[in-house]
Design a protein around this ligand. Structure first.
Ligand SMILES: CC(C)(COP(=O)(O)OP(=O)(O)OC[C@H]1O[C@@H](n2cnc3c(N)ncnc32)[C@H](O)[C@@H]1OP(=O)(O)O)[C@@H](O)C(=O)NCCC(=O)NCCS
Length: 182
């Protein structure tokens, strides 16, 4: 299954994507808001995890293709986070693009396709997104998608150690009522 927008296409992963994915996961600019970059083995393990999520749940983080531009520019999609917090269980929308493809609206277009799938096909009642408080670009994508931030939802990301500068996270939410304009 493929989700197509004006410019981007969300599709299942191919083996050829792994090399480009590993190189973006080793780029310090892309990984600025994560604990560290990923090795090739860690990057491949993440693709395996994504593929397992698709097999278990029927949806996941799709590979993003921009026809006529590049076969793989990153990922966007829906995922069920594997940690506990005050807002879990939930479905999260997320994205990561190779640096060369930032600044062109691809993440926003891909995020919109993922939200549409979540609300219109999966009939979810709410989709959330979260990131380090200082990740301005990711927060801007959430805001362009109409997601709302309530500071009362801010939380400490349990997968980062106490005192880590990226541990404080913001949570954005979008409910189906607001999505459908009810
Ligand atoms: C988060 C991330 C995907 C955002 O990328 P981005 O390029 O800023 O977001 P978009 O693809 O939506 O592009 C938006 C920009 O393109 C511009 N743009 C150009 N053409 C556009 C178009 N047709 N439509 C929309 N925006 C367009 C916008 O004005 C905006 O520019 P600005 O950055 O100067 O404000 C990217 O920074 C990234 O991969 N970061 C690393 C991974 C990460 O942190 N992921 C989130 C962790 S939870």
């Amino acid at each position: 299954m493929t989700l197509s927008g004006d410019r981007v296409c969300l599709r299942r992963w191919r083996d050829e994507d792994r090399e480009a994915f590993a190189s973006m996961n080793a780029d310090a600019r892309v990984m600025q808001f994560f604990r560290s970059g990923l090795s090739r083995v860690e990057s491949d393990a993440m693709v395996d995890h994504i593929e397992k999520h698709f097999s278990d749940r029927g949806f996941g983080l799709w590979a993003i293709e921009v026809p006529g531009v590049a076969a793989f520019v990153g990922f966007a999609g829906l995922e069920i986070p594997g940690f506990s917090a005050h807002f879990t269980p939930c479905v999260e929308v997320g994205w990561r693009l190779a640096f060369a493809y930032w600044g062109q609206g691809y993440a926003t277009e891909a995020g919109r396709l993922a939200l549409r799938y979540g609300f219109e096909t999966l009939a979810l009642s709410e989709i959330v997104s979260f990131t380090s408080a200082s990740n301005r670009r990711s927060r801007a994508v959430m805001e362009r998608l109409g997601m709302r931030h309530d500071p009362a939802d801010d939380f400490d990301y349990p997968r980062l150690p106490e005192g880590h500068p990226l541990r404080r996270h913001v949570l954005y939410r979008l409910g189906s009522g607001r999505y459908f304009g009810r």
